[in-house]
Design a protein around this ligand. Structure first.
Ligand code: G1P
Length: 818
């Protein structure tokens, strides 16, 4: 028998220019690949190399059939484009075929696929994007070229099956909801307006219109349409061989009975034409969701010619470029800066997509969780995208007066919903994130007054931001378990530790609460609230001492680390065990990150993690060792196959936080090992099998899973800028404290970065010609806009005022290290 190969083709994508644009060769040979397309108006698309995927605005409004990752294997595509060649038969420009080459070029945020059939002499270049504007529409531009020597007589048909309803109706009343479909053939295509939106708890009148429109490059309308599945595929037909195409049918003349209450398809038939050798023809397809008829018809007005579409594409590219340019890094490894652009895009994507609308993310109804909301703000803060202060202020409206919080974030700013699927759950870590983000905000801006700003509490009451924060912390530390740690309740950061509600404890997050209390105390001192600060400091110190002393464990092999958890039997989770050593990365990351661990403990935790969690083959750290058996007294995570998701995967988020923690504590070499492992895994294209970016995790095969929508992207940028490059605010002033290794300086001995700070664009260049390592190099000289800036001993601080006093938007800073 032949051994099945798990790895894909060797590097199958590469960056092509100075920015994020990449080219992929035969991406249709990699399973389950997808790419996001969206705009701020809220059109959410996923697109694959066979133009599968889906198009929607939220859980209740899907233009096309909702797809999960396993649906991506289907040959049925969400976006089909057929060409019937007289005398030769039908050709699909979107389906994967073994003998046809398929190449992808993609950037932020457009997807251009080239597929060629040499035997036929036809090439299709298909570009998809979602124009940045008010419309919720995706555009597909199809350029067909005759690459042969003979003229071809072609008839093109674009076919986009229209689902036109809520994802809930995939199984729930699937047929009944198709009976609601009011289908209309208009001059440019097909519109579906369901007569009502189906919900047995109370049906609602519907006015949403689902549309597929199209035209030729010069604006000419299609010849007609096949508006129903039955009229397109024909009796006994299917979407792989629609009879309307395969038998070259003329458009039908349907009566009301045949047209209404049917499964619909936007199958647009274009007029037959001759295509001379070397000549091309362009078709434009608009696929979207609109609130009324006027809006649908505006699509053709706005994007109904080749020129208008090209202009919209360029406008869209410029929009995303401006966003991604906000964080720029140049090192000897040119790919790094290009890859960082994709990571920069990811928090913006999660803001737009939430957590449920790409094929891997079949969690349910949409929206982001509380934790995600606050992490994404970290990146938005660094990207300097508008009113972060207002955003943070709104977010605090989700905190309840008892210190818990609403768990689902609504679409409007400051809109919260109590619980997901009406299941009330308390995640015991929720109180730590608002402070971590607020602390960054205050340091980056110097806006201490923010803490004294008033905000409402969720479900009633008002108080200052400071009160919101203190209430969250006091609530957490008034709910201890029998070992003196905060109770785990329904889970912490690790959503999969959800079965230890009664007696479980999270030492990991108790450490974060302790560290937070100490830093809130620091801030209260600056605010001259000394008495309150002393009280919080004393509480924080007591907790930190408890963790340092009582939760520090040693095993028979001589390793030592922190126990991170107690289970529902009140049993300590980590340490030696008859089935093998049990250790979690989370249990180590947070005592280090919070400052609770001593330096000696940091070194030992790292050594233990290296011994038990580091995988030599994939060169990364796992989330936990293999506990071998399910853990019904701790959580569902341990029921997952080992190496997947929250059970021992290479979980990006925890790895980035591990790196962040190590850098903060000055363990730079160790931090770099962790930090660079993620980049290396993601860039190993043959193994990771994803487009550039940072996935939620890498599984045991090194495959990147749950691409794009992950909190690790925010933490990656945070760590890159504030720790690795050491460009950070301290009470509003600029601190430069680079933590770089000789490897990062490369041959040139130079690294530069561009970031926003104090309303200016800072271009910072570090020179380290002799490539001294961190710890050995000192700041030798500093030039700000060409003028020498005095260098005191130790950390370099440039007062905010020095920066804001400089005229013009950009400031050059050159730092020589030696
Ligand atoms: C996901 C969730 C995050 C959770 C984590 C671990 O991580 O979004 O809230 O803490 O799993 O369970 P992410 O996809 O953000 O990396």
């Amino acid at each position: 028998m032949k051994k099945v190969k798990v790895s894909g083709p060797k590097p199958w994508w590469n960056f092509t220019g100075a920015d994020e644009v990449f080219e992929a060769q035969n991406p249709d040979q990699i399973s389950r690949l997808y790419f996001p397309l969206c705009n701020e108006a809220g059109l959410l698309s996923a697109i694959t190399p066979t133009l599968n995927g889906d198009i929607k605005t939220d859980q209740n409004h899907f233009l096309t059939l909702p797809v999960s990752e396993q649906d991506l294997h289907n040959t049925r595509s969400a976006r089909q484009f057929w060409v019937y060649v007289a005398g030769r038969g039908p050709w699909s420009a979107t389906a994967a075929k073994p003998k046809e080459s398929c190449d992808l070029e993609a950037g932020a945020l457009w997807h251009k696929l080239t597929r060629e059939n040499r035997a036929l002499g036809l090439r299709a270049v298909i570009t998809n994007f979602v124009p940045m504007g008010q419309e919720r529409v995706e555009i597909m531009r199809v350029e067909l070229t005759n690459t042969g020597r003979k003229p071809l007589a072609i008839t093109a048909t674009a076919a986009i099956p229209i689902f036109g309803r809520s994802a809930d109706n995939l199984r729930d009343h699937r047929h009944v909801t198709s009976l609601l479909h009011h289908i209309e053939q208009v001059s440019h295509g097909v519109l579906v307006t369901p007569t009502m939106s189906f919900d047995e708890r109370g049906h609602h009148p519907n006015s949403t219109i689902y549309g597929v429109l199209g035209c030729e490059g010069d604006g000419q309308a299609p010849a007609g349409s096949f508006p129903t599945v039955a009229s397109f595929i024909g009796e006994g037909g299917n979407f792989d061989a629609p009879r309307a195409v395969f038998e070259d049918w003329d458009q039908p003349d349907l009566d009301e009975v045949e047209l209404q209450g049917r499964e619909a398809v936007g199958a647009l038939r274009f007029k037959s034409r001759k295509l001379a050798p070397g000549k091309s023809v362009t078709y434009l397809i608009h696929m979207g969701i609109a609130k009324d008829r006027k809006e649908v018809l505006s699509w053709i007005r706005a994007y109904g010619t080749v020129d208008k579409t090209q202009e919209a594409l360029e406008h869209t590219q410029a929009f995303w470029k401006e966003r991604l340019d906000r964080i720029q890094v140049q090192t000897d490894d040119a790919d790094f800066g290009r890859w960082v652009r994709w990571v920069t895009l990811q928090p913006i994507l999660r803001k737009i997509f939430g957590n449920s609308f790409l094929p891997d993310f079949d969690y349910g109804r949409g929206g982001r969780g509380w934790r995600d909301l606050w992490q994404d703000c970290l990146a938005l803060l660094l990207l300097d995208t508008g009113d972060v202060r207002g955003l943070l202020l709104n977010n605090f409206a989700g905190v309840r007066m008892n210190g818990t919080n609403a768990t689902i974030i609504g679409n409007a700013p400051g809109e919260f919903v109590a619980d997901r699927n009406n299941i009330s759950r308390t995640w015991m870590d929720h109180g730590v994130w608002p402070w971590l983000t607020t602390e960054l905000y205050i340091h980056q801006t110097g806006d201490l007054k923010f803490l004294l700003e008033e905000a409402p509490y969720f479900e009633g009451g008002r108080g200052t931001i400071l009160e919101h924060i203190i209430v969250q912390h006091l609530a957490a530390i008034s709910n201890f378990g029998e070992h003196g740690n905060c109770r785990l309740q329904d889970a912490d950061w690790n959503d999969g530790l959800d079965m230890a509600r009664d007696r479980g404890e999270s030492v990991a997050f108790t450490a974060v609460y302790a560290g937070n209390l100490l830093r809130i105390a620091d801030m209260l001192e600056v605010l001259k609230e000394k008495a309150r600060a002393a009280e919080l400091r004393q509480k924080g110190e007591a907790l930190a001492k408890h963790i340092r002393e009582d939760e520090w464990i040693k095993n028979a092999a001589g390793h030592a680390w922190f126990n991170g958890y107690y289970d529902n039997n009140g049993t300590r989770v980590e340490g030696d065990h008859p089935k093998g050593v049990r250790i979690t990365l989370t249990g180590q990351v947070f005592p280090i990150l919070s400052g609770v661990a001593t330096n000696e403990q940091v070194a030992q935790c790292y050594a233990a993690a290296k011994r038990y969690l580091f995988d030599k083959k994939l060169a990364g750290f796992r989330l936990n060792t293999d506990f071998v058996e399910v853990q019904p007294q701790l959580g569902r995570a341990f029921s997952f196959a080992y190496g997947e998701k929250e059970n021992g995967a290479f979980f990006s988020h925890m790895n980035v936080m591990f790196a962040n923690a190590l850098y903060r504590r000055g363990f730079v070499e160790e931090g770099y090992e962790v930090f660079s492992s993620l980049y290396k895994m993601a860039m190993d294209a043959a193994m990771a099998k994803i487009y550039p970016g940072l996935p939620e995790y890498f599984n045991g095969e090194g495959r990147g899973m749950y691409h794009y929508l992950t909190g690790s992207a925010s933490w990656y940028l945070l760590t890159l800028i504030t720790q690795v490059l050491g460009i950070r605010g301290q009470w509003g002033d600029l601190v430069l404290e680079p933590k770089l290794t000789p490897e990062q300086f490369g041959k040139s001995g130079q690294i530069s970065a561009e970031v926003g700070f104090a309303g200016k664009r800072l271009k910072i260049t570090y020179l380290n010609r002799s490539r001294e390592p961190y710890g050995q190099y000192k700041i030798e000289s500093v030039l700000v806009q060409g003028r020498s800036f005095p260098v005191p001993d130790g950390i370099l601080t440039i007062p905010r005022k020095t920066l804001t006093d400089i005229a013009g938007p950009a400031i050059d800073i050159t730092v020589a290290l030696a």
